[in-house]
Design a protein around this ligand. Sequence first.
Ligand SMILES: *Cc1c(COP(=O)(O)O)cnc(C)c1O
Ligand code: SF4
Length: 318
Amino acid sequence: MRAAVREIAELCRLLRLPDHFAQQACEAQRDFPLFAPRPYVARMQPGESNDPLLQQVLPRAAETVDVAGFEKDPVGDLQAGVGPGVLQKYEGRVLLMVSGACAVHCRYCFRRHYPYQTAAPTMASWELALRRIADDPSLREVILSGGDPLTVPDDRLSALIEQIARVPHVRRLRVHTRLPVMIPQRVTDQLLRCLSETRLTSLMVVHINHANELDAAVAEALANLHAAGIPLLNQAVLLAGVNDSVEAQASLCERLVDLRVIPYYLHQLDRVAGAAHFEVPAARGRQIVTELRRLLPGYAVPRFVREECGAPGKEVLA
Ligand SMILES: *Cc1c(COP(=O)(O)O)cnc(C)c1O
Ligand code: SF4
């Protein structure tokens, strides 16, 4: 992560893009700067300003335009907090924001305005989060999220998992992460061990939006997770200019199932301020997913969902 690309000028140089690219986005960078790990940048096509991976990380002037209906906390996370770093919106599942850091800054992220400094737990407040989990016998699944929970070193992560496993009513551990895709070397032997040796049933949900994100190193990381007995699911976000076509979605889904990753959710974009230019009309998303059902086996088609404030679960659109 220390080696990640943080300067637009450097990104342009690496990708042999014209310098005027570097000038348009200074404003957009102020709250949420460019952050792109090199293994991910290496999968972008040099000279291609419309590259689907580049679109996900490049700050753009469009982010600074106010668009009605696009807000700072579109999914009500600030209301759903039940303690420091603990979010519970749905029955039986609680989400721990293990870290505020990510291995990449996705320009469409619904948490781009989230006050991680004040809301994310430190090691000390994990105690508090764990006490909440222990006090609520209806919780059967703990979701490690963030930010990205795998930005935490293996020793601390494995200590946290051990503590969760000590709560008798918790049965499953789910890890929501983009790290195996951004920096595949993050899938260390120690990580594999701490996910597979716990008494909890571990699952991992990765986040891949385009087939070009899946190179040989990512495939190997996913194969190692699978070999360790960890079911793999993918969530993607429907993004204008990145994956808003039947072809892009079909090749992503096919590639995922070839790598033993089940396409789980395709998310309608959360309406976060600064991301309006990524929005695809929900009706178009439905069309795409309906067409995927004709082309692909049932298990290869994700559910197209939207997150509604206050709803008991993700709303299924198709
Ligand atoms: C999306 C989400 C979950 C997980 O929902 P599933 O439908 O079980 O994948 C859990 N907690 C929160 C706060 C969420 O936003
Ligand atoms: S990895 Fe996930 S949480 Fe982090 S910036 Fe990207 S979408 Fe947001």
